[in-house]
Design a protein around this ligand. Structure first.
Ligand code: HAS
Ligand code: CU1
Length: 541
């Protein structure tokens, strides 16, 4: 199943994703320059905040959502071997999301929505920003519905058979996202848009932040799941081996989906609106959700070891050297896991209440998420693109060597940029600031690290340009193949027999999520409506 209509659908989504990505990369480099304060002519908080808001929205919402949709359509059709259900609807979702993106881009670029990608109220953006963001989300809901319909149709047509792992992961992600996006949808519909239109005069910022936290944690797993999908379904085969355990992979996706949702208060540890008991509950859940990542690390490394040994690797670590490092997918997973060690370590620091107090709202936090999102996650988006592009455009990859250089540069640049951010955070540099000159010893001590971050940013920008160049040249390659190459999904080393239904279905987990969400968000949201707070009559206003 590699039909022209499906290819076109995937390709359009992926190009929007990577178009947004490259624009945002240029903004990122401007931002490190401005923020460092080294070039006086660049100093402009107004331009800085417009840029950083656009950068965050393009990377966090546009790159991710379009990539996930395009990749999902392709994995669904190729793993289930059936066409996309209701293609006109899928295109409707695409155009709706694109229209929303353009609508939000106008106020962002004109400085009327400089509210950062988290757009915390009571900061206010132009209403077009909120409506545009809503349309983007509604478009992604269409994708979720299509994925879940295809999941269930296939199950009905193939009773008792295990849903292909790639589809299982995609289905879990669609379920996760439907739940996750509800929080921010409520915030935007009932608070941000009415406020922006002047229908209400005030909003409860605590309620807004609580609703946003509902979305903010699971959204990072929505971004991550395609990377993990590639870890499990592409990497073992590309490395020349087998998947260590299909069941473990399913369990990881389920735990990710179930536990990513009820734990958002680790973003609110330092906020006053939620009581400490609720923070503790969400804090415990945060440690639970690190578990599927540990399982994933274990399973993927075990799969790589199988491949390395099948290729003749001997001894404790000999298998690492025999892996096909020149395969972009294999190189990416190694670099991705290396970044995950430190990005995950930072996450565990963040999740620990007392340490969170030291790093919250400092440059440490962008250090954490650039390493684990832009590093661990996005490097796998590159790997997926390099793998799928020849099949999508029917041409051989323009340059494998260039892809390898690009991936190494991305890893090196990300390490050089995020290490100083972690240090700067510990040296007390706030996040979400443009350049500040206190001219004292503290800000002087920031300087060497700021120089490093500019250098890291430059390497990243170069790497991003190479990536886009390679894709464009592949598409324009005069040498055409005939679309016969098919995606190869990894086989588990032990074939699946007697897969329990709870590892092959999502409806039970959907109910578990409903219960956990009611427990962890029920009262914390309800309290805003039943409790009279200072100068507030309840009901969220
Ligand atoms: Fe996070 C803030 C906690 C994972 C993204 N995070 C953020 C923000 C973003 C983000 C965007 O508890 C900022 C939001 C904002 O703007 O305010 N995060 C965690 C924890 C994890 C975690 C506990 N985050 C992610 C992932 C993200 C992401 C994944 C994106 C994709 N995060 C937090 C907290 C905050 C936060 C607080 C709030 C901070 C604040 O105060 O504002 C965990 O899931 C991480 C688990 C991972 C590990 C690593 C295990 C390592 C493995 C690698 C093994 C490899 C080897 C090498 C041995 C424990 C599995 C093998 C080598 C070979 C050669 C084969
Ligand atoms: Cu989080």
């Amino acid at each position: 199943m590699n039909e022209a209509a499906e290819r076109k659908l995937a390709l359009y989504h992926l190009w929007v994703a990577f178009g947004a990505f490259i624009v945002a990369c240029f903004m990122g480099e401007y931002q490190v320059l401005e923020r460092s304060g080294f070039i006086a002519a660049l100093d402009s908080p107004t331009v800085y905040f417009a840029s950083v808001s656009t950068h965050g929205v393009l990377m966090g919402f546009v790159l991710t959502t379009f990539f996930i949709m395009g990749f999902g359509y392709y994995t669904a059709t190729t793993s289930l071997k059936q066409p996309v259900w209701n293609k006109p609807l899928a295109w409707g979702g695409f155009w709706l999301s694109l229209a929303g993106t353009i609508m939000a881009a106008v106020p962002l670029l004109s400085g009327k929505a400089s509210v950062l990608y988290t757009f915390y109220l009571p900061m206010q953006a132009h209403v077009a920003f909120y409506i545009g963001a809503t349309l983007l989300v509604v478009g992604s809901w269409i994708w979720c519905v299509i994925m879940l319909v295809m999941f269930n149709q296939w199950k009905k047509a193939n009773p008792g058979l295990p849903v292909p792992l790639a589809m299982f992961a995609t289905g879990a992600n669609a379920m996760l996202w439907l739940w996750a996006s509800a929080g921010v949808a409520l915030e935007v519909l009932f608070q941000a848009i009415p406020l922006a239109l002047g229908w209400i005069d005030t909003v409860d910022a605590g309620l807004a932040r609580t609703l946003f936290a509902w979305t903010l944690h699971p959204i990072v797993y929505f971004w991550l799941i395609p990377a993990y999908t590639a870890f499990y379904v592409f990497v073992p085969k590309q490395a020349g081996g087998y998947l260590f355990s299909d069941e473990m992979a399913r369990a990881a996706f389920i735990i990710l989906a179930v536990f990513a949702l009820p734990i958002g208060f680790h973003h609110l540890y330092m906020d006053p609106e939620q009581a400490k008991g609720w923070k503790l509950l969400h804090g415990i859940g945060t440690f639970v959700v690190a578990l599927p990542t540990l399982v994933t690390g274990f399973t993927v490394i075990a799969s790589l070891e199988i491949a390395g040994r099948l290729r003749g690797g001997k001894g404790l670590f000999g298998w690492i050297g025999t892996l096909p490092w020149s395969n972009p997918m294999v190189l990416s997973v190694i670099l991705s896991l290396l970044m995950l060690i430190f990005g995950g370590f930072g996450g565990i620091v963040n999740a620990s209440y007392a340490m969170n107090a030291m790093i919250h709202n400092t440059a440490w936090v962008p250090g954490h998420f650039h390493l684990i999102f832009a590093g661990t996650t996005v490097i796998m988006y590159f790997a997926i693109a390099y793998y799928l592009w020849p099949m999508l455009v029917g041409k051989p990859l323009f340059s494998n060597a260039m892809a390898l250089v690009q991936l190494w540069l991305w890893f090196i640049g990300m390490s050089i940029m995020t290490t100083p951010w972690h240090v700067l955070g510990l040296l007390g540099q706030p996040r979400r600031i443009s350049s500040v000159v206190y001219n004292n010893l503290l800000t002087l001590s920031w300087k060497p690290y700021e120089l490093m971050m500019i250098f890291g940013g430059l390497i990243l920008l170069g790497s991003a340009c190479l990536f886009i160049y390679n894709l464009v040249k592949t598409q324009l390659n005069p040498v055409a193949t005939d679309f016969t190459q098919q995606v190869e999904y990894a086989e588990p080393i032990h074939p699946l027999t007697n897969l329990p239904e709870f590892l092959n279905d999502l409806s039970l987990w959907n109910k578990v999520i409903a219960v956990l969400m009611a427990i962890s968000f029920g009262f914390p949201i309800l309290q805003f409506f039943i409790m009279d707070t200072f100068e507030s009559s309840g009901w969220g206003y």
